[in-house]
Design a binder for this molecule. Sequence first.
Ligand SMILES: *Cc1c(COP(=O)(O)O)cnc(C)c1O
Length: 388
Amino acid sequence: MGIKEIDQTYIAKTYNRFPVEIVSGKGSLVYDDNGKEYIDMGSGIGVTAFGIADEQWQKAVIDQIGKVQHMSNLYYTEPCAKLAQLLCQKCGMKKVFFCNSGAEANETAIKAARKYSAEKKGNDCYTIITLINSFHGRTLTTLAATGQDHFHELFTPLTPGFVHVAAGDVAGLKETIANNKIAGIMIECVQGEGGVIPLTEDFVKAIDQIAKEEDIPLIVDEVQTGNGRTGAFYSYMHFGLKPDIVSTAKGLAGGLPIGATLLGEKVEIIFGPGDNGSTFGGNPVSCAAAVSVVERIDEVLLEEVKEKSKYIFETLQGAKGIESVSGMGLMIGIKTEKPAAEVLKGCMENGVLCLTAKDKVRLLPALNIPMDVLKKAVSVIKEEAGKE
Ligand SMILES: *Cc1c(COP(=O)(O)O)cnc(C)c1O
């Protein structure tokens, strides 16, 4: 049996894979089993921040593997401490909890908000507000947080204590807070899986103000938007926010599993021993990789992200077959007249790998994708979207 058949025989059918087997890559280029080259405009869903097999990233990983690959959280290890320090210094947060995925980082964020509110306002104050069309993960609790009903079907009962408000609906938000005991508000500043839709500045400001007035912890889910993706270190920085809790994952370790929940002043000391834990959380190899990634996300790189973003918007906005372009930085959604799946198929045939988000073509290229490679990919996308 070939790899495709073995996979189809033995892997649970949770994914609709494209009919392509990737065997290697370098930077923003990947190669399939026939040696065909593709430009990778998805970077493993915003994970390989500096592309495939990046030299600096590899060195950080290999050096750490040669020292100690895992010790458990019973001991101190350098990469985990250094990464937490770096993250706090970058965004003014106070403490970090490490885990292994975005969903877990959100679970921890929800636990922090619930414990804070239970202590302050009583055990019956546990409800978390999230937004309609949001995406927060696949565990039963983060599914409950996810404001898209189609993910919930046949998996009920989900964790109770979540209510959903429409993005932009300040009156609805206020009413929900007046009628429920609210323990937290959780938002993505740019809804990713929901179609790459940024929240409006007015709405984010309103949420921030209400959360402060009511002493409700504000959680920003930076799993997809974080770590330079939108042209700021975290997307909330575009909105002048100071969240109480931030969750992140995807691009943080450049391709190794990691999740992190950052705790601000309000919830800095919310967790004590035994309140949370993770066997793999803070793994030295993942953390060493993440240190190397975070150290490279500086002003120069963020400027480049913004320039590349501008190029994509200017080239595709108003082009034939393209209805709209949305997003921030290198997190971009393209509404095409043709079904997104058709555009993806054409792009793939012409050596460009893209993603979808709802009915849109979604781009999440490596942050350091070379400009000439990006231009080539964008021209293929433009051509495919405009084809009769
Ligand atoms: C991908 C994603 C998650 C889930 O992350 P996993 O690592 O797949 O658990 C949560 N929130 C957002 C905004 C995401 O994009």
